[in-house]
Write a protein that binds this ligand. Structure first.
Ligand code: HEC
Length: 192
């Protein structure tokens, strides 16, 4: 088949396809050149950690007990289960420990892998001291306040959000719900 035997419509179609391919390759090269000239990471890193001695023990157990088969933490492991980086800013240590021991009665919905006769059922059967050390390790995986991984919003008040709340939130909500932004300005009172 040569170019002449193609119909006009086919030529246009293949032409557009070819242009898209060239555009994709050129954009990729430009992005990589831009990235190599940056002197900071392209996306800010919003998770961090500072382990205690017990947290370090927990991190070793985490690896030995096969958790990274399903979880990502500290940029290791897979995305098969939940990403656990930053979980210490979303959940309390009590919640984490309770979840590891009794996943079904702790998790908000049905569990897929943790829980009786499931693939990660062995986790709940680990000795208490090992679960405790792992829970400490996980509670020390923190996220920057206000980032997508953190439970609390940014400490700074936004006039825009204040205005939206004033206009849209029914006044009955004040009695029914807690305003996370007040907690955010005083994170020492952080609750689970
Ligand atoms: C076979 C895959 C698998 C393995 C192995 C596994 N997990 Fe999980 N994990 C999951 C899945 C899936 C979820 C989400 C809950 C569910 O559906 O079971 C989860 C949830 C969690 C959560 C709760 C997250 C939340 O936001 O409530 C924690 C904490 C956790 N896993 C810790 C561990 C630890 C520690 C280990 C190792 C001792 C481990 N997991 C091993 C698949 C796994």
């Amino acid at each position: 088949m040569n170019l002449k035997s193609l119909k006009l419509g086919e030529k246009i179609l293949f032409g557009i396809f070819g242009l898209l391919c060239i555009f994709a390759v050129v954009s990729f090269i430009m992005l990589e050149v831009y990235r190599s000239h940056l002197n900071h990471p392209m996306y800010p890193n919003t998770t961090h950690f500072d382990f205690t001695a017990e947290g370090k023990v927990g991190s070793e157990l985490f690896r030995e007990k096969g958790c990274p088969d399903c979880h990502r933490a500290l940029r290791n492991g897979t995305n098969h289960g939940v990403i656990l980086d930053g979980i210490g800013s979303r959940k309390s240590i009590d919640y984490i420990e309770k979840f590891l021991k009794k996943p079904e009665s702790t998790y908000e919905t049905k569990t897929v892998d943790h829980g009786l006769n499931k693939q990660a059922a062995y986790v709940a059967a680990l000795p208490d001291n090992e679960i405790h050390a792992i829970a400490i390790f996980l509670s020390e995986l923190k996220a920057t306040q206000g980032s997508a991984d953190a439970r609390l919003p940014m400490p700074e008040r936004s006039g825009f959000v204040d205005e939206m709340v004033k206009v849209w939130a029914p006044s009955s909500w004040k009695g029914e719900y807690r305003d996370l932004r007040e907690e955010a300005q005083n994170p020492s009172k952080e609750k689970p």
